[in-house]
Design a binder for this molecule. Structure first.
Ligand SMILES: Nc1ncnc2c1ncn2[C@@H]1O[C@H](COP(=O)(O)OP(=O)(O)OP(=O)(O)O)[C@@H](O)[C@H]1O
Length: 241
């Protein structure tokens, strides 16, 4: 679904981005990207999304039907003059099934009854539900998520993680999730890439597909992996010093 080889993006004047990235994302996988601040995670997602073309190396980001990735950000980026229904349907071509399809996505993300609300009348969690539906309705090859829940309170965050998981169970959408939240990555992901340095480079890959989903938050298994990741991040800090 997604493959990169020797991928590199640095900015003018040598400002850090990332370099030496090689990975492949298989259909239906959820990949986590973890790394200390400034190691190029958001830059990487922009390149994967096709929003930044100033990279070197190889990038394959379209599926066999030519579909492109979809993107979701920390803030919902809804159009304030459009209702929930109109925001979700914005990128959908007009046609006989359009209304039904929009309603299906509204139901899927738990916004039934809020179709005609405007963004200003939504909670942060509801706005992100709208953003998830808007991203998924275009049936992207891969859903790229840039810290999608980091602005939400802990309770809403867990609800939306569960929503994402239930959508994945129903639709098996391939996802790449950039997050600062190690617990979130452990709860959702099949593999986690740890980046380090400036420019960021691939430092480690953790494989979690042996732990069945839905996972138990705070379980012994996840706690063990968490301490693993913390060690990796501590090591990367020591090396940087
Ligand atoms: N448009 C730009 N021009 C110059 N430098 C940039 C630009 N965008 C990002 N950078 C630099 O690239 C590096 C990586 O930025 P990026 O936002 O991708 O990191 P990040 O890992 O997502 O950080 P954080 O976790 O803090 O969000 C930073 O050092 C940043 O200063």
């Amino acid at each position: 679904m997604l493959a990169v080889q020797q991928l590199k993006r640095v900015f003018k004047g040598g400002s850090a981005g990332f370099r030496n990235l090689h990975f492949t994302v298989q259909e239906s996988e959820i990949i986590g990207i973890l790394g200390t601040s400034g190691c190029g995670k958001s830059t990487l997602l922009r390149v994967l999304a096709g929003l930044d073309q100033n990279f070197t190396g190889k990038l394959k980001n379209k599926d066999k039907d030519g579909k492109q990735p979809g993107m979701m950000f920390q803030e919902p980026r809804l159009m304030p003059w459009l209702t929930v229904k109109e925001n979700i349907g914005f990128g959908v071509k007009d046609g006989a099934g359009k209304e039904v399809e929009i309603q299906q996505f509204i139901d899927l993300v738990g916004l039934t009854g809020f179709e005609n609300h405007y963004p200003k009348d939504l909670s942060g969690g509801m706005a992100q539900r709208t953003a998830i539906a808007r991203a998924l309705i275009t049936d992207p090859s891969v859903l790229l998520l840039d810290e999608p829940f980091s602005a939400l309170d802990a309770f809403t965050k867990m609800q939306l993680q569960d929503l994402l998981l239930s959508l994945w169970e129903k639709r098996k959408t391939t996802m790449v999730l950039v997050t600062h939240d190690i617990d979130e990555a452990l709860y959702l992901c099949d593999r986690i890439f740890v980046l380090k340095g400036q420019p960021g480079e691939q430092y480690a890959e953790l494989i979690l597909d042996d732990i069945k989903k839905p996972r138990q938050r705070g379980s012994h298994e996840l706690a063990e992996r968490k301490s693993n990741i913390l060690n990796l991040l501590d090591l990367s800090r020591q090396e940087a010093n």
